[in-house]
Design a protein around this ligand. Sequence first.
Ligand code: PEP
Ligand code: MN
Length: 261
Amino acid sequence: MNTNKSISKNKPIIIAGPCAAESKEQVLTSIKEAKRRKVDFMRMSLWKPRTKPGFDGLGEKGIDFLIQAAKLGVNPATEVLIPEHAKLIMDKVLSKVPNTKLLLWIGARNQNHYIQREIARVAATDKRVFLMVKNQPWVSKDHWEGIIGHVLDGGISKDRLILCHRGFIPNGVNPHGYRNVPEYSMAMRIKDKTGLPMIFDPSHTGGSVPNVMRVAQEAAKHDFNGIIVEVHHNPKNALTDAKQQLTWEEFDSLVSIITKH
Ligand code: PEP
Ligand code: MN
């Protein structure tokens, strides 16, 4: 596991934490656990675009939680839906904790290329900000490459851009019943062609704890540059993605299993 606070080409990038920021207790516990494990970034999204309406994140009200993580030496990470979110988070977090790194990501459901490019344009303005882009929900190598092209057009530097494979909506063979089906060879082709780091998201591919474990082991046979994993101190009561969030102990076993490869 990467014990370095900066991301590097040679060490795996480890991002872990709850699907969404929910409460003070949840966030403080997560920060403590994430800090102990020296993760590169702790995820805790403030915005959650949902398939069906439900808890869709704390939004601006949660910004203090990102600041709290940064103050305690844990680099925060959240999805942003529009450039204004990126700007707001960057202004508030980086002014309060100038020595933190910040990871913003564009999620699978956010498939407006104009918005993708404008988010990248905002992220590009500060060297402390990293941008992660996930693949779209449906299978298409062209579309995936399109997303990457559009964010690069926004001016984000290649050394602050991370790609993430989170599988595609099942459409055919899916023997293990994954929530989203990985296309490892496509991910590897895009990684090689772009020269960008490609990490893997076993949480949104697997969809349930046993499948998260299974798919993470499968993915470890490929040349990914890291993982982003959903981890919650009390998964059963999580407000989003309760079925797939690991406990911190399960996260430890996952890391030890995959680092054996
Ligand atoms: C997430 O990472 O919180 C998420 C919603 O994932 P995706 O955009 O891959 O569905
Ligand atoms: Mn989730």
